[in-house]
Design a protein around this ligand. Sequence first.
Ligand SMILES: [Zn+2]
Ligand SMILES: [Zn+2]
Length: 134
Amino acid sequence: MPATGGCLCGAIRYTLKAEPALTVVCHCTHCQKASGSAFSTNLVMQRADIHFSGGEIAAYDDKADSGNILKRSFCPKCGSSLMSESSGRPGSAVLKAGTLDDPSIVKPGMEIWTRSAQPWVKLGGEMTKMEKGR
Ligand SMILES: [Zn+2]
Ligand SMILES: [Zn+2]
């Protein structure tokens, strides 16, 4: 850090101004749908520490299990998932680590929603595991 990243087509770029407070692998069914993959890798940040540049960002208001609205932001051109923000955690944001220019710098510390994890996904390391959200 400061790390940089962006969407697949390059229309939207960002710089992170701080280290993430937490890095969480999320196995929830909504992250599986939104990412088109088996899980999403989320950098929990202050929203103010993510500096976007480039084009307009589109968003979808998803509804979380908690009842909170989860605003999922993505590139309207290429569809890459970029960030989500929960109405229950104002000022906080979750950046999708797969969009980093160098995702190998990420050090996940926790797995959440393991009850909906795909049976063929086994991640290494000594991560804290939670059946549901944090
Ligand atoms: Zn794009
Ligand atoms: Zn999730």
